[in-house]
Ligand binder design. Structure first.
Ligand code: ZN
Length: 312
């Protein structure tokens, strides 16, 4: 039984319109699902990914309108790293971010910057046999686009205390000091620690959890394995687009194991993902009310595309 690398990463935004502008327009990800927080349906849960809404490229945000900025610390993911194909792509992004007024720093084959709320991001040239997970965007040639997650970096006061759980329970492989690789049949990712003894504060621009991908049939067995490894997982929760368990790894980072299906095309067609508000069946009766209270968002797709085609 192996985990297929990162399934999705979930972070927090206090400013959904700006978040959509940054991730869909500037970074060129596809807004693949516009739904509500299942614990508070008056606010959004936004999902960005590649064209097909694939696990491995899926970054999601809980919206808490106006929430104060957080600060990453021990037990939190503090940087999300995406793959790029080439040095040419790195140059393209350096220029694109500069034009957008985003301050970015070259670090070897990587480009480091923050999102508008301070979330740490990196684009890195990576050689891999994994399929590129890219979204179409009128200003970003496919060969230069962001290709899905490479991994995440977390803070820990003592990364060693996570080693046994990561290696023996979850099957992560050691890949250098405080760094692990996790690879399944389709994809792999890295998970790395930076050391800090300082505690963080959850808020806008911080990561809430990272989810690892499990084939559908293995999911119940993963829960058993986490229990046997000393973890305290939640029951299996049906998130409609996938099934999930949540638990904290020994350094305090909130992990999820999510199934590779059924996926985002389960309640709307692939070509129209993310255009309309999707509601889990239990909230459908509240649609009119929710559409009145939810923050208006900029359009990302259909009409944007139609306009660019009309101009061409
Ligand atoms: Zn999740």
């Amino acid at each position: 039984m192996t985990l297929d690398g990162i399934h999705h990463i979930t972070a927090i935004t206090g400013d959904a319109p700006r978040n959509v502008d940054f991730y869909a327009r500037v970074l060129g990800l596809r807004l693949v699902k516009k739904t509500v927080n299942q614990d508070d349906p008056t606010v959004y849960h936004l999902f960005y990914a590649d064209e097909h809404g694939s696990p491995g490229a899926d970054l999601t945000f809980f919206e808490y309108p106006g929430i104060e900025r957080g600060r990453p610390g021990a037990g939190m993911v503090h940087r999300i790293v995406w793959r790029l194909a080439s040095a040419e792509a790195l140059g393209f992004w350096e220029e694109r971010l500069r034009r957008e007024g985003v301050s970015a720093a070259r670090e070897g084959d990587g480009l480091r910057f923050d999102d508008p709320e301070g979330l740490g991001l990196e684009l890195r040239v990576v050689e891999t046999g994994d399929a590129p997970l890219i979204a179409g965007h009128p200003e970003i040639p496919a060969g230069l686009a962001v290709q899905g997650f490479d991994g995440v970096r977390a803070y820990s006061a003592d990364p060693e205390r996570s080693r046994s759980f990561l290696e023996r329970t979850l099957g992560f492989g050691s890949a250098g000091p405080d760094r692990y690789d996790i690879r399944g049949e389709r994809r792999g990712s890295f998970y790395a620690y930076d050391r800090t003894a300082t505690w963080g504060r959850s808020g806008a621009g911080t990561v809430h959890h990272v989810a690892w991908a499990s084939p559908m049939d293995d999911h119940p067995a993963w829960r058993e394995r986490v229990v046997q490894g000393g973890g305290r997982p939640t029951p299996i929760i049906d998130r409609f687009y996938f099934r999930s368990i949540y638990f904290r790894e020994p350094s305090g980072v909130l992990f999820e194991i999510a199934t590779l299906g059924p996926g985002f095309a389960t309640d709307e067609p692939l070509e129209h993902l993310g255009e309309a508000l999707s509601l889990p069946p239990k909230f459908e009766h509240m649609r009119a009310q929710l559409e009145r209270v939810l923050t208006p968002l900029p359009l990302t797709r259909g009409p944007v595309r139609a306009t660019s085609k009309a101009q061409a």
